[in-house]
Design a protein around this ligand. Sequence first.
Ligand code: C5P
Length: 412
Amino acid sequence: MRITIGVTGGVAAYKAAELVRLLQQDGFTVEVVMTRGAREFITPLTFAALSGQKVITDLFEKSFSGGANVESAIEHIAVAQRSDLLLVAPATADILAKFARGMADDFLTTLYLATTAPVIVAPAMNVNMWNHPATQENIEMLRARGVKIVNPDEGYLACGMTGAGRLAGQQEIVAAVRQTLHTQKDFEGETMLITAGPTCEDLDPVRYLTNRSSGKMGYAVAEAAARRGAKVSLVSGPVNLETPSGVERFAVRTAEEMRHAVVDRLPESTIAIFAAAVADYRPAETQTKKMKRNREPLTIRFEPTPDILAEAAQTKGERLIVGFAAETELVVENARKKLAAKNADLIVANDVTAEGAGFDHDTNIVTLFSRDGRDLALPKLSKSAVAQRILDEVLRLRGVLRHKTESHRSAV
Ligand code: C5P
């Protein structure tokens, strides 16, 4: 998961360096954006060295980087899209006022307006500035808009005064990040089975049929679920991705192998998410020797593969089943049909032809179709943010379905 830290101009700016390290230790990728004021207190080089990422300082100037210089006036949009969270620490009275009013005169203020990710601010300033009605009104305005505020601590301030205004403790700020990114353990006690990636169907010992699935979406769901406390088994076709930490991976190649791995692990799972792009057909026969080239046209007979999801959903009991629908047309109609035809509880549908969606992208644009009739269209988000929203919907649905079952039982 990626966090963008906005550092603004206060004495506490140096404390953001420690925050970068703590968040990295938690497994987050951290990118730093500095305001002009922040650079009066600490140099971009410190953050570039710590984060291993280029540090963005200006909207129009060349970005400061440990390596290459990148120049882009629209980079705030790219950063806004790839961030799973924007954390501003320390946040000055000035940045709070700008955020509250929607001003966009530098990189950080522009990023704030452009991002759809959650925003956390950790203010730090002189006690009178903090207590001033203007600042307090700005804080209330931001809070009402969904911004999470990590209130400053009381104590001795750099200006020589004592009172509220000192940047909150780093552990408290990291806890706010974890809580906002659902790294609290709300999937504790759940055993999740996830399929991901493509399958490969062999024609002969050297040739096979596959598809463009990268596995990124399924792996993002596995990572998010493990972070949220689920015991995760990931049945994966061949992909070029690392196994997320805390996830047990079972490597398979063909649809048949995937089916076996799923059948083995299904009984113990409470939630099953089928994100794999399983081949729909496989060669009716696999040649044991490499097929020889000749001048004649070649006809190969294909047979359908088992529909792993549909099979699993036949005997699901209380298990929650999530399917994916990669469509190139009529997304809504096809997704609703698929939900019913496959006896799934949730279908994650996307138009794979849309810009920024589908195979091999880091972003996705999906609509979640739930069994209780809710359609939730999400904007373009990083795949890890989409994963979190899928898991949120799974939890919501689990609550709704349990409630229905209980009221049904009490009515009988
Ligand atoms: O029918 P369609 O292939 O569009 O359905 C997609 C959903 O079904 C995905 O969740 C995919 O993982 C699952 N599926 C499966 N086995 C198949 C084909 C699709 O589990 N053979």
